[in-house]
Ligand binder design. Structure first.
Ligand SMILES: [Zn+2]
Length: 464
């Protein structure tokens, strides 16, 4: 899906906006190897997390969570509204402000930087401070000159790192776990040109990564030589069967040419589920006696929303929920588990449907004249769905067919939208953060997104 930020050249941004980001950057923590060394000797302390598992539902706004909760409950024969997703039982919850330094409505690159590096940055940017972008500094392509990420600090502290996504592994969110890039679009070597000719592609940075486990989609972003290196230097797997049979060693998995399939389309024998990937990753990472940091992204909730296809967004949410259940079952009490979104989508749930109404269905209410539960009609006398989008590719025209339950509950149905855009957009309201385990007590109130980094760092004993 096309992202709007590709149309915004970062060098045209006003300096006043960049000033804000610089302040945030300066307030972020700096690495402290002494603290990391002390943390090592404190493993086992009750207040400290040996491991951190961070789940990111890409585009998982609060309306998405509510709809997924009902959808999952209804899949189990319940009315749905009373149901709870696995992470909704976590005792600590906060609201998170997601804006990028130069946009009210953010993208995944700027938000992933806030989470993985502890400072906010411009839309479209991965782990590079906005001041360097503004100055067009050559250092924006020099990882050695950039603030270290959570991954780098974890590795310095002897922890193993795992990175999982159902999106291309070079896509913004997983890329923020192992790369620095002034543009999220520098995925492959072929993208390195012009003002970015001194940069290293995200794919090459993935090949160079020391992480214990990296799995997702997107082998088309790698050259034949890079794939060869992955096969010779790592345990490389290309499908679910190979993943299950993989030998010990650093594991690399690329399961699709581009993004992995939506959960609703996944062929059982080809691609592992997010839960299966999570299980394999936790088993391997748990062998490291100093602990681990694992990031698990449900990357395609976002893509389904961009196409106003609520069915696939909600079925990918179920896949995320199953992965969280695996983490809860496998991780010990010394593990901080957090579930959040990078940003929201313009996805709404509306129209006074009756309790237990199918969440993907037509909005139906009680008609006192007929004493029947019937589809509620709009001012043109046409039924509409409970779920809809503020903008996107499916604006209803005067001659659009009258919606029926069969049409709207089909897996390819695209919900109606108000503003006519080729691709539905992200939304700018706060997202939720759910947490359990050591350090989870700091997840409360309304926070800036970069605070998530500090919560993880503090939980691992790296800073006060
Ligand atoms: Zn998106």
């Amino acid at each position: 899906m096309t992202h709007f930020m590709r149309m915004i050249p970062s060098k045209k941004l006003p300096a006043s906006i960049l000033g804000l980001s610089t302040a945030l950057f300066l307030s972020a923590c700096t690495p402290n190897s002494t603290a990391e060394a002390t943390a090592k000797s404190n493993l086992g302390s009750k207040s400290q997390a040996k491991n951190v598992i961070l789940f990111i539902g890409d585009g998982m706004g609060i309306s998405t969570i509510t709809a997924a909760r009902i959808f999952d409950g209804q899949s189990q024969g319940k009315k749905g509204e009373e149901h709870q997703l696995a992470f909704e039982t976590f005792e600590n919850v906060a609201l998170v402000k997601t804006y990028n330094t130069n946009t009210q409505v953010p993208d995944s690159a700027g938000t992933a930087t806030a989470i993985m590096s502890g400072y906010k940055t411009n839309i479209g940017t991965i782990n590079v401070p906005p001041a360097l972008l503004d100055a067009r500094s050559a250092d924006s392509c020099n990882p050695e000159a950039l603030p270290p990420t959570l991954t780098q600090r974890a590795q310095n502290a002897g922890k193993a790192v795992g990175i999982l996504s159902t999106a291309r592994i070079t896509h913004a969110t997983p890329a923020a776990m192992y790369s620095h890039s002034p543009s999220r679009d520098l995925e492959a070597d072929k993208d390195i040109k012009g003002v970015f000719s001194n940069c290293t592609s995200i794919a090459q940075q993935m090949v160079d990564s020391e992480a214990e486990v990296i799995m997702g989609g997107g082998f088309k972003e790698f050259t034949a030589g890079q794939i060869e290196t992955l096969k010779t230097d790592f345990i490389y797997v290309g499908n679910k069967t190979e993943m299950a049979a993989a030998q010990n060693g650093k594991l690399r998995g690329l399961f699709n040419r581009s993004h992995m399939s939506y959960e609703a389309d996944r062929t059982e024998t080809d691609e592992p589920s997010l839960a299966e990937m999570t299980s394999v990753a936790i088993d391997r990472l748990s062998n490291n006696k100093e602990g681990y940091v694992l990031m698990v992204e449900a990357g395609r909730v976002d893509h389904a929303h961009h196409g106003t296809n609520a069915f696939r967004a909600l079925t990918d949410m179920q896949a995320l929920n199953e992965a969280v259940k695996v983490a809860k079952a496998k991780a010990g009490d010394d593990t901080l588990i957090m579930v959040t979104a990078d940003h929201s989508h313009v996805f709404t749930m509306a129209g006074y449907p009756v309790r237990g109404n199918p969440i993907l269905g037509l909005a139906k209410g009680f008609n006192p004249e007929t004493r029947q539960i019937e589809a509620i009609k709009d001012k043109d006398g046409k039924p509409y769905t409970t779920l809809g989008y503020h903008n996107g590719p499916n604006v209803r025209e005067a001659d659009s067919p009258v919606l029926t339950d069969n049409m709207v509950q089909a897996k390819d149905f695209r919900q109606q939208t108000a503003v006519n855009l080729g691709s539905e957009t992200h939304a700018g309201e706060d997202v939720a953060l759910y947490a359990t385990g050591p350090g989870a007590e700091n997840v409360r109130g309304v926070m800036e997104q970069n605070k998530i980094y500090n919560i993880m760092a503090k939980a691992m004993g790296w800073e006060e």
